[in-house]
Write a protein that binds this ligand. Sequence first.
Ligand SMILES: Nc1ncnc2c1ncn2[C@@H]1O[C@H](COP(=O)(O)OP(=O)(O)OP(=O)(O)O)[C@@H](O)[C@H]1O
Length: 592
Amino acid sequence: MSTVYNIHQVFARFFKDEHLEPYLFELSRMLEEGHICLDPQSADLDGLKEAGYDDLPGVEAIASSPLVSDGRAHTPFILLGDRLYMQRYYYYESLILDRIRGFIDAEGGKLQQRLTDLLRLQPDIAALFPGSELTNGKVEWQWMAAITTVLHDFSIITGGPGTGKTTTVAKVLSLLLQLNHKLRIALCAPTGKAAARMAESLRAAGKNSAPFIREAFEGLQPATIHRLLGTIHSSPEFKHNRLQPLDVDVVIVDEASMIDVALMAKLMDAVGEETKLILLGDKDQLASVEAGSLFGDLCKALPTLNGFSERFLQEIAPLLPAGSVLHEASDGTDSPHLLFEHIVELQFSHRFSDGKGIGKFSKAILNNQPELIQEFFGNQDDQVKIDTKYDTAVFDHFVRGYKEFIEQPDILSALQKLNNLRVLCAVREGAFGVDQVNARIERLLRQKAGLKPFEPFYQNRPIMVTSNNSQLNLFNGDIGIIREDEQGVMRAWFEAADGSLKSVLPGFVGKVETAFAMTIHKSQGSEFKDVLIMLPQNEQATKMMTRELLYTAVTRARSQVIIQGSEAAILTAAAVGIHRGSGVIGRLRANP
Ligand SMILES: Nc1ncnc2c1ncn2[C@@H]1O[C@H](COP(=O)(O)OP(=O)(O)OP(=O)(O)O)[C@@H](O)[C@H]1O
């Protein structure tokens, strides 16, 4: 039996309930894989046998254990229908669902007033969404997303890369600012980079707005979720919570698919009753590294996205610019589902074409369309290149692109150039894992760009922070470079959220990794002009590839993506979707 199995066994045995023990073993294993609960009926019998649990007691053994309740008693485990939870995860999931219900229940009494307010802004809405745009069928969902988000206290806007999530939020904020010039806005994301990127796009979007809107956008202070909530030294809790909610009018959360269930619960707990919460993300991307796939689950919970009731459509019709109509929103579906009319999916990418390149390839992966994916194997596409031979010349040519940042004397420009390209690895170990690929790049750049990687913090080492350090305002996922300052002291340099440069002595940064190559998981929330994706060659590792992993990697690129990997690995990945056990979908359906 492996050590990993032992950890789960130690956990399972701790509770001294021999009937429950195999289920606790399985639950612990599932949590490690990112599920937040276990369906006892689908326990992995082979895995249990391997761990020495030959006889699995009937599932009734779970309900009859004094360690288990239905959530009304304070027990370490909760059995809800056919899902077994550790109490902590049941609590997080329940808190999230309660908070969403709280937001949506409270909206009811405010809708009429908000509609009246919006009617006053009809000319502004028309200016934000010129009628011609509304009639071409491409902006309709952006308009719907903006209007529903202004009307509601809880909203989700989902969409693939370049579908206009940030553009839409800029319009939402413009409208909210017209209604309240003193609107207090909190802008956050799981990583500092993602938060800064959104603030940057918002500032750009606000450039041609009225001065008070432009000023509000310029004054935005993006933060990681941890920083926004206020970390407490050596504690998993935050300064802001239900008793001390965030003192703002609207909280915008970008890259919400990266948020695990625990952090999402703490975030929602800290958003007060008078505050609006807007979650943005791509429901098709990889789920959080930690447990749960909450954002995806909330989007999947609604049987059909972008459905609106006839009543709602009639209410908002006067807000449409004269002469324009909504094409697709008017199928008039109605549903008692809690999230109905609260999630809008933006469907048209303004960055990628559906008919070629990254747009077509990423959609073919998402929809698992082997015949469309195979069209790219001929390498006729300008944006997507597939190198099944792992050609060293292709790798070397891509890596030589890093010379640009190494040779750039200005540190801020060097940081920006570094973010033009990135090698992304599907796995950590092996010849195509991130550690060995980073070492290979270092060797190559030693020859080609004079890199001297002989000590931990060498000149021009790109680093990625892998822990949070709120005192230094450095967070997991932040990318920096090591360079000497004018006094010859080696420092780690980062681009601050406001676009300025900040530096720290490397020893203070905390845990870091070399970032010429990074894992696809760690690349979430970032974008690069060019991306080289390295898929593992061995069969075992290939089996770990999933649709979400490949889709996330491909959509990190703005201009070009090269994949070094076999056709089989690409097709296998597209065929396998991730499923993470959670009760979100079932609980929302059972209790609309
Ligand atoms: N309705 C529109 N008409 C024209 N251009 C648009 C429209 N909506 C968005 N764009 C443009 O498309 C690009 C991507 O938009 P935006 O950044 O808002 O998308 P996003 O969904 O937030 O992207 P990401 O996934 O990268 O965060 C921007 O250049 C933006 O100006």
